[in-house]
Design a protein around this ligand. Structure first.
Ligand code: FE
Ligand code: FE
Ligand code: MG
Length: 171
């Protein structure tokens, strides 16, 4: 554990920061798997564009899990060691894909990103002016999650518009 590095944390218990980060760590693994499996099972119109986005997001979520694990270790904590704990620690849960249609899959993913944004904004509020390094990491991740939501929403809207224009042309 980095003694001087951790001595600059003021006004919050290091153990509290570790707890917050482990919950986010659980979220990232579940988000990673959700994107991974969605990209496999997705069906329907313009699915190739959606698969490219889902795969990219899976890569980002895994990178977030890595950033968070490294920070937990710096703080002297231990990242969750058993995947069973992902479900007991998660903030955002896991949205099992039930409807594989591209629009439904995108809607599930948008919900997940909105929860991630709320979660990271909340952690940022808690550690602001107390743990600068965690604040910086969480802010970077938050910016990615905002981008994720926007990418998925834009794709969702394009596909929805395309479907309604096809329907109009048929009728
Ligand atoms: Fe993430
Ligand atoms: Fe995300
Ligand atoms: Mg993207």
């Amino acid at each position: 554990m980095a003694v001087r590095g951790n001595s600059i944390i003021k006004g919050i218990e290091v153990s509290e920061v570790i707890t917050l980060l482990n919950k986010a760590y659980a979220d990232e693994w579940l988000a990673y798997y959700q994107y991974f499996i969605e990209a496999k099972v997705i069906k329907g119109i313009m699915k190739d564009a959606a698969i490219a986005e889902l795969d990219q997001h899976a890569t980002d979520e895994l990178r977030h899990a890595n950033l968070i694990a490294e920070r937990i270790l710096q703080l002297g904590g231990t990242p969750l060691l058993n995947p069973k704990e992902w479900f007991t620690h998660t903030n955002c849960g896991y949205e099992e894909p039930k409807n594989f249609d591209v629009v439904a899959i995108l809607e599930d993913s948008i919900k997940g990103e909105q929860c991630a944004i709320t979660t990271y904004a909340n952690i940022a509020d808690i550690v602001k002016d107390k743990d600068i390094v965690t604040y910086d990491i969480v802010s970077q991740i938050l910016a990615d999650e905002v981008e994720h939501e926007e990418d998925l929403q834009a794709l969702h809207d394009d596909i929805s518009d395309f479907i309604s224009s096809i329907k109009q042309n048929i009728s």
